[in-house]
Design a protein around this ligand. Structure first.
Ligand code: F6R
Length: 248
């Protein structure tokens, strides 16, 4: 695992967008896994800028998003489908059929997960997974637990996730109580992984990721088993690369 510490959130975003753009220039048909959340917003803004300058095209690539609430109408402003359209898909040249997000209004959630997993496999597998990280070290909606599931699956959101994510819905009562998420196995099957973290609230999770210990209590620690992970953080996280064996 490599650790890269950037001066600021903007620098982090520029760096990560540059990595994605370079990948797409070298392999226009690359398969990407992308997250929602606050952290990737700057990266998406930078990718949109690069696209408008003609420096990156998404026309031939395929995207699989990490997760989606369930149940939710994809056109609901709080769906992850809407988030991706607003922040990336509507501003670049990705083909609508290549921008995949689990269907939040599928009648049979388990079947939707099975089909999503199948579709990822049929695409040839993920070339690059970009991941955010929860304060508690969750990845996607894979929350700390005694056991974690490998493949795309339905999760019942924990009280703390409901609390953390309820604001845009107005109340916990008004928000979906479940989600569909890639599993850690699906994520770990990506050829390359970039994890981004910004701000002091991520210090615990980042330190655990660098700890040389793995535990399902902090799902992100499992990423240490992957052969090609780069953790890109900003200085505000409060973790220095000195003294770790991860420095680059
Ligand atoms: C979102 C996702 C989550 C977020 C994580 C960090 O698709 O999978 O695991 O990456 O909760 O969210 P932010 O970036 O808002 O701190």
């Amino acid at each position: 695992m490599n650790l890269i510490v950037k001066e600021s959130y903007d620098e982090l975003s520029r760096y990560v967008a540059g990595e994605i753009a370079a990948l797409l220039r070298g392999n226009p048909q690359a398969v990407l896994c992308l997250p929602t959340g606050n952290t990737p917003v700057g990266t998406y803004q930078e990718l949109v800028r690069l696209h408008k300058e003609g420096r990156v095209s998404f026309a031939q690539c395929t995207v699989f998003n990490l997760d989606e609430y369930y149940p939710i109408d994809p056109s609901d402003p709080n769906s992850y489908r809407s988030f991706m359209r607003k922040n990336l898909f509507d501003h670049v040249d990705i083909r609508p059929g290549s921008a995949n997000i689990p269907n939040g209004e599928a009648k049979d959630a388990d079947e939707e997960c099975r089909l999503y997993e199948q579709k990822i496999r049929n695409s040839g597998g993920i070339d690059l997974a970009l991941l955010g990280i929860g304060r508690n070290g969750h990845i996607g909606f894979n929350e700390p637990d005694r056991e974690l599931l490998l493949e795309t699956h339905v999760v019942t959101l924990t009280e703390s996730t409901l609390q953390a994510n309820c604001e845009p819905f107005g109340s916990i009562e008004a928000m979906p109580k479940q989600a569909l998420t890639m599993g850690l196995g699906t994520i770990m099957s990506a050829k390359r992984i970039i994890v981004i973290a910004s701000g002091a609230s991520k210090k615990f999770a980042v330190e655990k990721m660098l700890s040389s210990r793995i535990t399902t209590d902090v799902p992100a620690t499992l990423l240490q088993l992957h052969p090609d992970v780069t953790l890109v953080i900003d200085k505000a996280v409060g973790v220095s690369s000195e003294g770790t064996r991860w420095t680059r």
